[in-house]
Design a protein. Structure first.
Length: 289
C-alpha cells in the first residue's frame, strides 16, 4: 500500500501557545528565530469556513483531502488535496469547504526573527500564496509530532524540539514546491539525474548527455538544475564523486591511484588537487585522520 495516498483518520484539534510561553520563545536563543503560535487539524465537517484578518503571524494551511475555496488578494481559487496555502501577516483571507466536498486541513501560525525568510523561500514557488507540494506522509507526521509535543505540556524541552520540527517542515515544503514546479510539464527529475550520475561515477558525464537525458536544452536543463540544487550539474557530479572517494578512503584499502581511476580520473595528482579543493584536505590526510 502506498501510504502517501492513504486517507488518514482525522480528529479536529487546536493548540494555542499561551502568552507566557510566547514571551519566552521570542527571546530564547534556540527559539527566537522561528516558533509556532498556534496549530491544529480542521475537518470542516461542522464549521463551514475560516476567516481572519489583521493577524500578525504567517498562516500556513495544508490540504490533506477534499477541496476548499480560498479567497485571498482579491482572488477566488480552489484548494485541492496536496495544495499549500501561505497567508502573509495582516492580510484578510477566507477559506471554506467547497460545496459538496469533505475537506480536511492541517494549519499552523508561526512567527520569529526568521519567519519572513522562511516564508519568502516558500512564496518564491507559489502563486499569490497558493502552491502544490503533493501528498506527503512526512508532512502529516511532522504536524502530528508538533501537536503531540504540545499535548505533553509546555516544557522547555518539548517546545525547543517543536521549534526545530517546524523548521524542518518549512524547509521540506520549500524544497517540495521547487520539485513540483520543475517537474510540471517536463520530464525533468533530479532523482533520475542523481541516479544516472551514481551509475556513471566511473566515467565522465558532460552537460550534453545530462540535458539529452532530461529532454531539455543545455541552457534550460542547467538553469532548472541549479535553481533546485543551488549548484551546477557538473559541480554536483564532481561533489558526488568526492563523496564516493571519501567512502572508499574510509572503507577500503585501495590506493589513491586506484580510487582516482575508479572515479574516472586517470591523473591521480589532478584527482588529489580536486579532492583537496572540495573536501579541504588531501586524500592522504583524510585517510590518516
Amino acid at each position: 500500500m502506498n501510504t502517501a495516498n492513504t486517507i488518514r483518520s482525522f480528529s479536529d484539534i487546536r493548540l494555542v501557545i499561551p502568552k507566557f510561553l510566547l514571551e519566552k520563545l521570542k527571546v530564547h536563543p534556540l527559539t527566537a528565530g522561528l516558533y509556532p503560535t498556534a496549530l491544529g487539524k480542521y475537518s470542516q465537517q461542522t464549521a463551514t469556513s475560516i476567516e481572519q484578518a489583521n493577524v500578525d503571524q504567517h498562516q500556513l494551511i495544508y490540504c490533506q483531502y477534499g477541496e476548499g475555496v480560498l479567497v485571498y488578494k482579491n482572488k477566488k481559487r480552489t484548494v485541492k488535496r496536496g495544495d499549500l496555502v501561505l497567508i502573509s501577516p495582516n492580510q484578510h483571507f477566507q477559506y471554506q469547504r467547497k460545496s459538496g466536498s469533505k475537506n480536511a486541513v492541517y494549519w499552523i501560525h508561526f512567527a520569529g526573527k526568521l519567519a519572513d525568510d522562511f516564508a519568502e523561500r516558500l512564496l518564491m514557488k507559489m502563486e499569490d500564496g497558493l502552491g502544490f507540494v503533493n501528498v506527503q506522509e512526512n508532512i502529516y507526521k511532522d504536524y502530528d509530532n508538533l501537536i503531540a509535543l504540545g499535548s505533553r505540556g509546555y516544557t522547555a524541552t518539548n517546545v525547543i524540539h517543536a521549534v526545530h520540527v517546524l523548521q524542518q517542515t518549512l524547509s521540506f515544503l520549500a524544497l517540495q514546491l521547487r520539485i513540483e514546479s520543475f517537474n510540471k510539464g517536463t520530464n525533468f527529475s533530479v532523482d533520475a539525474i542523481d541516479e544516472l550520475m551514481r551509475e556513471n561515477l566511473h566515467q565522465e558525464l558532460n552537460l550534453d548527455t545530462l540535458a539529452h537525458y532530461s529532454q531539455l536544452s543545455k541552457f534550460h536543463f542547467a538553469k532548472k538544475f541549479k535553481e533546485l540544487t543551488d549548484t551546477s550539474p557538473i559541480q554536483y557530479f564532481i561533489n558526488m564523486k568526492m563523496q564516493q572517494a571519501c567512502f572508499q578512503l574510509d572503507n577500503t584499502s585501495d590506493t589513491i591511484k586506484q580510487i582516482s581511476e575508479s572515479l574516472g580520473y586517470n591523473d591521480p595528482y589532478y584527482f588529489s588537487r580536486l579532492f583537496k579543493k572540495i573536501v579541504g584536505m588531501s586524500p592522504k590526510r583524510y585517510r590518516e585522520n
